[in-house]
Design a protein around this ligand. Structure first.
Ligand SMILES: [Mn+2]
Length: 325
């Protein structure tokens, strides 16, 4: 945190000397961006500031446990503010707003992504931190702000979700320290963990059943398919398939999972891989994208004559990739 201490002091005086604030986060918001923003919201409200919270997308159901979440708006009222704070937006456009049409006297940019750009008047960007919530904790501490129980809940939710409950390898020794400080506020963290990690829907479980019942594994590659008819049967769509792809990865021998979903127009292919097997480039070859270990692409059904043959083609590319890694 010390490298940015100047930025934090600049931020403290900016917050002190400004009245109106516009806070926003990236499209398809998650608990980290949302928790960070709501924590800031509470602290600014306590300072009697005028704060507008904006999200371009509707929030996923599981974010409704976050304190003050009901204050987030999906529409924009006025367009001039003393300060705009962007949470986890690598560019301002990631928030879904057209910045050109706004009058912001100052822009603050808080993020932990490697892709973050320095577009703010104040940029507090730390790619080494596993969550923005952890950065916000350090900012507030540096500014000697008291953290309330509700602020602690917001930050805790951001930390556990972005670190996968302290499992991902970006988790720092001090992440545990920050979490320990937060849970001193005696909130029900078991309930919050259940909300984010052990809650699902009926449709999701039924689709999981379909996917697992046709799961095949050949020599390190797992394949699962959910057909259009199965989605229809449960009045479900692609958004009901969250987390299903991770199940085959629990098999120690499985190195890559291919998950195929069908709707009336397209096939969606999603990949997961272990270690240094790069499925990002495979997705790219087929016109999609993503990361090294998680990626995907979509293809129009009229470009695929026979699904099984097409899957076999994708599988062959992945086999090559496994050999080379
Ligand atoms: Mn994050």
């Amino acid at each position: 945190m010390l490298q940015k201490i100047k930025e934090i002091f600049k931020l403290a005086s900016l917050l002190e000397n400004s009245k109106t604030f516009f806070l926003t986060l990236h499209s398809m918001p998650d608990a980290d961006s949302c928790g960070s923003m709501l924590c800031f919201y509470e602290f600014l409200k306590r300072k009697k500031k005028d704060v507008y919270l904006y999200s371009c997308d509707r929030l996923p159901e599981n974010l409704y446990v976050l304190p003050y979440v009901e204050n987030i708006k999906n529409s924009i009222e006025k367009k001039d503010y003393d300060v705009a704070i962007f949470f986890e937006c690598s560019t301002p456009q990631r928030s879904g707003i057209d910045v050109e049409k706004f009058k912001f006297k100052n822009i603050v940019n808080i993020d932990h992504h490697k892709t973050a750009q320095n577009y703010g008047d104040i940029n507090i960007i730390y790619p080494c931190y596993p969550s923005t919530s952890e950065i916000v904790w350090h900012i507030l501490k540096a500014m000697k702000i008291d953290i309330t129980k509700t602020m602690a809940i917001n930050l805790y939710c951001g930390i556990i979700t972005d670190t996968g409950r302290f499992q991902y390898n970006q988790t720092l020794p001090e992440t545990f320290y920050v979490a320990a400080e937060l849970i001193k506020h005696k909130f029900d963290f078991q309930k919050l963990n259940e909300n984010f990690f052990s809650t699902t829907t009926y449709k999701n479980l039924k689709l999981l059943g379909v996917a697992l019942s046709n799961l095949r594994v050949y020599d390190g590659i797992a394949i699962m398919i959910i057909k259009e008819g199965d989605f229809k049967k449960f009045s479900a769509d692609f958004s009901d398939t969250e987390n299903i792809i991770n199940y085959p990865m629990m098999i120690p021998d499985v190195k890559v999972t291919i998950f195929v979903k069908e709707d009336s127009e397209r096939y969606s292919f999603t990949f997961r891989s272990k270690d240094n097997i790069d499925v990002g480039t495979i997705a790219l070859e087929f016109g999609g994208g993503g990361h090294r270990n998680a990626s995907g692409f979509k293809i129009s059904k009229n470009k695929v004559k026979e699904l099984e043959k097409f899957i076999y083609k994708v599988e062959r590319c992945i086999r090559k990739q496994i050999k080379n890694s």
